[in-house]
Design a binder for this molecule. Structure first.
Ligand code: B3K
Ligand code: ZN
Length: 854
C-alpha cells in the first residue's frame, strides 16, 4: 500500500493565487526498475534557490507513492508526508535531492502516471500524472533537462529525447530541451516499429518510428505519411524545425484521450494511429491526419513554449488546434474543413457554453484540471486565434508568431505574453479583445438591415450572456466578415471585416445600385450566434449565389433548421421549397462532392433541441427525431432521381485511397444511399454492404440499414468478421446503440453491456457503448428515464477505476435544464445519486457539483 495518504478534500485552485516555485531545477536524472506491481523509481534532481520566488517551505508533489529513502546532498532525510506530497528542510543553496520510491503500475486503472496496457508499460503525465511516478515540483513552470535509464527485460525501452545507450536489459535516453514534468514519457514493451526518416530544413537527419504491437505494423503507413507532411508543413508555414535526432510515436490501446505530445515520444490512442482501408473509415483517416499533426505541432506550441500554469492551457491547445485546422485545410479543402470545424464547435462548444459547465477560454478557477480539457479551451481557443488573425491580417499574424517564438522559446508563458506579442508586432491595442479569454458564453448578434437611396445600413447588436460567474459581461471585440451580393447574385462588395466593439453599431455601404443581399459572418469569422430576420427566400438566395463557401453551406443549414422548427410546430409548408433548393445544390457538378455531402446533412437532434430551447420552448426529443425522419423521407421521395444519379456517378472503382477527393465522393454517395434507403426498403444498402471493399462503404451501408430498423444479418456478419479487431469492434458496439430506435436504445445498450467483448475498463470500448447511447439523443432522453439510469450506473461503476474518463462522459447530462420538468427530475435524480457516491473522485465530484449548482 502506498504510504502517502490519499488526497485531502477537493479544494478550489485560483488563477489569482499563482506564485512561482521557490527553486529552479537544473537537471533531472531518473532510473526505472520496471516490475508490474513494484516498480522502483530512483531520482537524482539538482535544485537551486529561485531568487524571483517568495519564501516558501520546500514541498514536492507525490501521490500513490511508497517512499523508500530520501537524501539531500548525500545525507538521509525524513520528509514530512502529507496528502498530495512531502515537505522537508533544505539548505539555502543549490543541493541534490535523491529519492527512491515504489509504485504499482499494474494496478493503475486510472491510466494516469505509469500504467500497463496489454503487458506494455506506458505513461500519461499531463496534467498532473508525474506526481504518481515520483516526488517532484509537478507544475508546468518548472522546466529542466532530463536523463533517464530504464532497466527491464522487455525488448523496447523508450523515453524522451535522444537514445544514448542501450544494452541487455537497459536503455538510456537524454532530453537536452528543458521541459516540464507533464511532458515526461516512458514506454516499455514488446513492440515493433514502422520506421522512416526525414531531413529537416537545416539538414538534420531524423529517425521516425511508429511503435505498435506485433501484427499492427501494416496499419501505420498513413500515420507515418501524415507525420512527414506535418513536419514539412511546420517548416514551410511557421518556419519551425524539429529539434531531436529521433521522433517516436507509440500506439496504446488503453488511453484516456486521443494522444499526448510528450517531447520526442508522442503516445497515441491506437484508434488515432492504426488504419487500413478495410478497418478505418475516411473520417478515421482524416482524424489520424489531424491528431498526428496536432501532437507534432505541440513540439513548438506547447513544448518549446509551454504554459506558466494550467489556467493558461488554451495558450498551447487553442493555438495548436488552430494550427492543425490550418494544416488539414491545406491538405484537403479549406471550405470543407471550415464547415466541419464549425459543426464540431457548435455541437460541443456551443452546447458547453450555453449550459452549467460554461467557463472562459482561460478559466480562473478549477478543482480538477483534467475537467478543463474542454471544447471551450480547445475549439473556442482556436476560434480566438482565428479572430486575432482576421483582425491583424496575414502579415501581422506571421510577424506576431515569429516574435512569439523568438521572445518566448524556452519559457512557460501566459495569455498576457501571447497578446503582448501581437500588440508589439502590429501596434494594435488588444485590451478589449482579451475579454474573449476571460468571459464565457456564446455572444448573440442581432442584425437589422435597411436600404435607402443607394445606401445599405446594417445595425449589429451584441449580447454576451450573464451566468453565475459572470454578472456584468462587457462587449467583445468581434470581427464580422461581410460581403454584399446584388439581386442577380453578383458580388458587389467583396469580403471586408467590420470590427464590432460597442454593444450596438451601424455600418454603412454607399453607392449601391439596388438593395443588396448581405452575406454576414463569412467563413464564420467569430464564434457567435446570429439572429437575422431574413427568412427562407434570403437563405435560398444565399445558398444559390453566395461566393463564400462557408456561408453558402450556412444558408442551407439555416433553411433546413427553419423547416425543421416549423415541422415541430406542425407546419410542413417549407418542405417542398427546401427539397427544390437541395435539388439545385446536389446536382451542381461545379461543387466539390464533399461540400455537397455536407449540404445534404441535416442539423443534429441535439442542435435542434438547443434551438428550440433558445426560442423559448421546451424541446421534445421524440418529436425532434420524428421531424428529422419526416424531412429525410421527403428529401428521399423528392430527390430520388438525382440521388440515384449521384449514387451511380460517385462510384469510385479501383484501389481505395483515403485522400480528400475520393473520400468526398464516398461521402456524397453514402449520403445518397442513406436517403434512398428510406424509400427502397434497404435493397440498395444491402447490395452496397455486400459489395463494400472498405470500412467507409461497409459502415455507410450498415448505418443506412440500422436507421430504418434493419441490418441484423449484417451486424452478425460484421461481428463474425471483426471479432478479433478491437478498434473495429468498437464501431460495432457504437453503431448498434447510436443508431438504435429511440424506444429500444437503452435496452440494446444494456444487452450489449453483457456481451463478453464489452471490456468496460478499456476507455475506447466504454465510450463506444455508453457514448453510443448518449449520442442517440432521443434514445438517451427516452421519457421513462431508462437511458439516464443506464448511463449513471456505468459512470458510478467507472469512477472509482478511471475518474478522468467517467467525469468526461458525465457531460452527457449538461443539457438537463433544456428539458421538461419530468425529464429534469429524472436527470437530477441520477446526478444526485452520482453526487452521493462515496468515495467520489475529485473529477466527478466537481462535474456533478457544477451541473447541479449552476
Ligand atoms: N495535451 C494532451 C491532452 C492531455 C489531457 C489530460 N487530461 C493532448 C493534446 O491536446 O494534444
Ligand atoms: Zn493539444
Amino acid at each position: 500500500m502506498p504510504d502517502t495518504p490519499k488526497s485531502a478534500a477537493a479544494e478550489t485552485i485560483y488563477l489569482r493565487d499563482y506564485t512561482a516555485f521557490g527553486w529552479t531545477v537544473t537537471s533531472v536524472h531518473l532510473t526505472f526498475d520496471l516490475a508490474p506491481n513494484a516498480t522502483r523509481v530512483t531520482t537524482k534532481i539538482a535544485f537551486a534557490p529561485n531568487p524571483d520566488a517568495p519564501a516558501q517551505p520546500f514541498t514536492l508533489m507525490g501521490e500513490d507513492l511508497t517512499l523508500i529513502s530520501a537524501r539531500i546532498d548525500g545525507v538521509t532525510v525524513t520528509p514530512t508526508l502529507h496528502p498530495g506530497g512531502l515537505t522537508v528542510d533544505v539548505p539555502d543553496a543549490p543541493f541534490i535531492w535523491e529519492a527512491e520510491v515504489e509504485i504499482d503500475p499494474a494496478s493503475n486503472t486510472a491510466l494516469e502516471g505509469l500504467y500497463m496496457s496489454n503487458g506494455m508499460y506506458c505513461t500519461q503525465c499531463e496534467a498532473e500524472g508525474f506526481r504518481k511516478i515520483t516526488y517532484y515540483p509537478d507544475r508546468p513552470d518548472v522546466m529542466a533537462p532530463y536523463s533517464v535509464r530504464v532497466n527491464s527485460d522487455l525488448p523496447v525501452l523508450l523515453s524522451n529525447g535522444n537514445p544514448v545507450a542501450q544494452g541487455d536489459g537497459f536503455a538510456e535516453w537524454d532530453d537536452p530541451w528543458p521541459k516540464p514534468s507533464y511532458l515526461f514519457a516512458l514506454v516499455a514493451g514488446d513492440l515493433v516499429a514502422h520506421s522512416d526518416r526525414i531531413t529537416t530544413m537545416s539538414g538534420r537527419e531524423v529517425a521516425l518510428n511508429i511503435w505498435v504491437r506485433p501484427g499492427d505494423e501494416d496499419k501505420c503507413a498513413y500515420a507515418m505519411d501524415a507525420l512527414k507532411r506535418s513536419m514539412i508543413w511546420d517548416e514551410q508555414v511557421y518556419g519551425r524545425e524539429y529539434d531531436l535526432d529521433v521522433f517516436n510515436i507509440v500506439a496504446v490501446d488503453d488511453f484516456n484521450m486521443g494522444a499526448m505530445e510528450n517531447k520526442g515520444l508522442n503516445i497515441f490512442n491506437s484508434k488515432f494511429v492504426l488504419a487500413s482501408a478495410e478497418t478505418a473509415t475516411d473520417a478515421d483517416f482524416a482524424r489520424i491526419e489531424s491528431i498526428i499533426a496536432h501532437e507534432y505541432f505541440h513540439n513548438w506550441t506547447g513544448n518549446r513554449i509551454t504554459c506558466r500554469d494550467w489556467f493558461q492551457l488554451c495558450l498551447k491547445e487553442g493555438l495548436t488546434v488552430y494550427r492543425d485546422q490550418q494544416f488539414s485545410g491545406d491538405m484537403r479543402s479549406h471550405a470543407v474543413q471550415r464547415i466541419e470545424d464549425v459543426l464540431m464547435l457548435r455541437a460541443r462548444q456551443f452546447r458547453e457554453d450555453n449550459g452549467p459547465l460554461a467557463h472562459p477560454v482561460r478559466p480562473d478557477h478549477y478543482v480538477e484540471i483534467n475537467n478543463f480539457y474542454t471544447a471551450t479551451v480547445y475549439e473556442k481557443g482556436a476560434e480566438v486565434i482565428g479572430m486575432l488573425r482576421t483582425l491583424v491580417g496575414e502579415d501581422g499574424y506571421r510577424d506576431a508568431l515569429n516574435l512569439y517564438f523568438d521572445r518566448h522559446d524556452g519559457d512557460a508563458s501566459t495569455i498576457e505574453d501571447w497578446l503582448k506579442v501581437f500588440e508589439d508586432a502590429t501596434g494594435r491595442d488588444l485590451g478589449q479583445f482579451k475579454r474573449w479569454y476571460t468571459q464565457s458564453g456564446t455572444p448573440r448578434l442581432t442584425l437589422n438591415e435597411r436600404f435607402n437611396d443607394g445606401t445599405y445600413e446594417i445595425d449589429i447588436k451584441q449580447e454576451v450572456p450573464e451566468t453565475k460567474n459572470q454578472a456584468d459581461p462587457q462587449p467583445l471585440h468581434i470581427p464580422v466578415a461581410i460581403g454584399l451580393l446584388s439581386p442577380n447574385g453578383d458580388e458587389v462588395v467583396p469580403t471586408q471585416i467590420l470590427e464590432l466593439t460597442e454593444t450596438q453599431q451601424t455600418f454603412r455601404f454607399d453607392g449601391l445600385g439596388a438593395a443588396p443581399v448581405a452575406s454576414v459572418l463569412r467563413n464564420f469569422s467569430a464564434p457567435v450566434i446570429v439572429n437575422r430576420a431574413g427568412g427562407a427566400d434570403q437563405n435560398a438566395f444565399l445558398l444559390a449565389h453566395d461566393t463564400d463557401p462557408f456561408n453558402k453551406w450556412e444558408a442551407g443549414r439555416a433553411l433546413s433548421k427553419s423547416v425543421l422548427l416549423d415541422l415541430l410546430n406542425g407546419d410542413d409548408a417549407g418542405v417542398a421549397g427546401y427539397v427544390d433548393a437541395m435539388a439545385q445544390v446536389i446536382t451542381d457538378d461545379a461543387l466539390d462532392p464533399a461540400f455537397r455531402a455536407l449540404t445534404l446533412g441535416l442539423p443534429s437532434e441535439d442542435d435542434l433541441a438547443q434551438s428550440v430551447f433558445d426560442g423559448g420552448c421546451t424541446p421534445d426529443p421524440m418529436a425532434i427525431y420524428d421531424a428529422l425522419g419526416i424531412l429525410r423521407g421527403a428529401m428521399a421521395a423528392g430527390l430520388e432521381t438525382p440521388l440515384r444519379a449521384i449514387y451511380a456517378e460517385m462510384h469510385t472503382p479501383g484501389a481505395y485511397s483515403p485522400d480528400a477527393g475520393p473520400a468526398g465522393r464516398r461521402a456524397l454517395r453514402g449520403a445518397a444511399l442513406g436517403l434512398l434507403s428510406r424509400i427502397d426498403g434497404g435493397a440498395l444498402a444491402r447490395a452496397h454492404y455486400d459489395g463494400a471493399d472498405n470500412m467507409t462503404d461497409s459502415l455507410a451501408a450498415l448505418s443506412a440499414l440500422l436507421r430504418i430498423g434493419q441490418g441484423q444479418d449484417q451486424i452478425d456478419a460484421f461481428y463474425a468478421k471483426w471479432a478479433d479487431d478491437r478498434l473495429v469492434l468498437d464501431k460495432w458496439f457504437m453503431m448498434q446503440v447510436a443508431l438504435a430506435p429511440p424506444e429500444t436504445a437503452a435496452k440494446i445498450a444494456e444487452n450489449l453491456s453483457r456481451h463478453p467483448a464489452f471490456d468496460w475498463k478499456n476507455p475506447n470500448r466504454f465510450r463506444s457503448l455508453i457514448g453510443g447511447l448518449t449520442s442517440n439523443a432521443a434514445g438517451f432522453h427516452a421519457a421513462d428515464g431508462a437511458g439516464y439510469r443506464f448511463v449513471a450506473e456505468w459512470l458510478m461503476r467507472l469512477d472509482p477505476k478511471n475518474p478522468q474518463t467517467a467525469a468526461r462522459m458525465s457531460t452527457a447530462f449538461e443539457t438537463w435544464r433544456r428539458y421538461d420538468a419530468d425529464r429534469q427530475d429524472l436527470i437530477r435524480e441520477q446526478l444526485n445519486r452520482i453526487a452521493a457516491m462515496t468515495p467520489i473522485s475529485r473529477d466527478m465530484g466537481e462535474m456533478v457539483g457544477r451541473m447541479l449548482n449552476a
